[in-house]
Design a protein around this ligand. Structure first.
Ligand code: TXA
Ligand code: MG
Length: 342
């Protein structure tokens, strides 16, 4: 299959492909999504094939307005908390899990009795959903397990020849995927941290739990509340090692392990002090910028085929830092080197 590259004026072409059961890479404010008509099981199946995604991992359904949830009869009941969240954070990088109806094809819900819904803020994503006239199921547009794509070029690197088209809407603003919160539990619970922070959610909802799998590796045999959390994720081909310790300890550890096949994933402030290849996430403590650059940095490291080891700092878990932490700890297979203990 030849994958068409569309420019941002061609959202009607993208919508037309989607209406006819095709698969299109589309920009959102978080990462690029691999979209198909969410109400057409056959179309959704093509997403799983293109990504190599396990069929037990459900997809997010994207709408172009809060009222679409009722209009398309997607959920059995809209909880009061969903209205509060939508008012505060939609359109935007927040996905809300609610009890689904039978309108949701089994391919989308992967056998669960819930459905994840998001109203993205990206104007092109909104326009494509509106013109297609149907909600769109869309996971991140990467090959399963790889870093998520934040540019159309990233999508093409993974999907060229496997999907009908990709629409180039430039770089994604947030850079990490949406925050996923479930309202199907007694207390609202964050299953994946993202662009909307836990602190912001607590400000509007009061009590909000954070699922154990956000920070810790799931114990053998435990069922993941969010199936995506159990898979190895976001990993570049090089081995990522997370270092915990002071700025000085990080720099001296990396410098003493410097080699041709080593790269430091670092901050701008470290660049002149490190005696090895470097890729910077941005200024220290600027978590928003780190989130925006994270996946592009991991992909750039992969493009340099000689790099075998990546040394990164263990991120802070404050604000959007938690989302960066969640992605990096998975990229590192949960291995952390405590520099104070060596
Ligand atoms: O920002 C985003 O959320 C992007 C853009 C394209 O919207 N999408 C995205 O989708 O990241 P994906 O499929 O890569 O990640 C969705 C996550 C997975 O971990 C999946 O297991 C979880 O949400 N999920 C989806 N439906 C769920 C459900 N009903 N219950 C629990 N977890 C669910
Ligand atoms: Mg994904």
């Amino acid at each position: 299959m030849k994958t068409k590259v569309l420019d941002k004026t061609q959202f009607e072409v993208a919508a037309d492909i989607l209406k006819h059961g095709g698969v299109v890479g589309i920009p959102t404010e978080t990462v690029y999504g691999l979209a198909a008509d969410a109400l057409n099981g056959k179309a959704v199946e093509k997403i799983f094939k293109a990504k190599g995604r396990p069929m037990d991992n459900p997809l997010i359904v994207h709408v172009a307005d809060f009222s679409d949830i009722e209009k398309f009869n997607l959920v059995s009941e809209v909880p009061e908390n969903a209205k509060i969240l939508a008012k505060a954070f939609w359109p935007g990088p927040l996905t809300i899990i609610m009890k689904r109806t039978d309108v949701i094809p089994p391919e989308v819900s992967a056998g669960l009795d819930t459905v994840a819904i998001r109203f993205p803020s990206h104007p092109i994503a909104q326009e494509i959903i509106r013109v297609a006239g149907t909600p769109l199921a869309a996971p991140s547009a990467n090959l399963s397990g790889s870093p998520s794509p934040t540019t159309a070029r990233h999508v093409l690197n993974d999907m060229d020849g496997k999907i009908d088209a990709v629409l180039d809407g430039g770089s994604c603003e947030v850079g990490v995927e949406s925050t996923v919160i479930t309202l199907a539990a007694d207390v609202p619970r964050v299953l994946r941290p993202g662009g909307i922070t836990v602190e912001e959610l607590r400000d509007v909802l009061g009590e909000v739990e954070v699922d154990d799998a956000v920070i810790h590796q799931l114990a053998e045999g435990v069922t993941a509340a969010s199936p995506g959390m159990k898979y190895k994720h976001y990993a570049p081909k090089a081995n990522v090692l997370l270092l915990k310790g002071s700025d000085d300890a990080y720099i001296s550890y990396v410098n003493s392990h410097s080699d041709d096949d080593v790269c430091a994933l670092c901050c701008d402030e470290d660049l002149l002090l490190l005696k090895t290849k470097t890729v910077s996430l941005g200024r220290r403590n600027d978590y928003l910028t780190h989130a925006r650059h994270l996946f592009d940095c991991l992909r750039r490291i992969d493009e340099n085929k000689t790099i075998r080891t990546v040394y990164s700092r263990l991120p802070d878990v404050e604000g959007v830092g938690l989302a960066v932490y969640n992605r990096l700890i998975r990229a590192a297979g949960f291995e952390v080197i405590d520099l104070e203990k060596i």
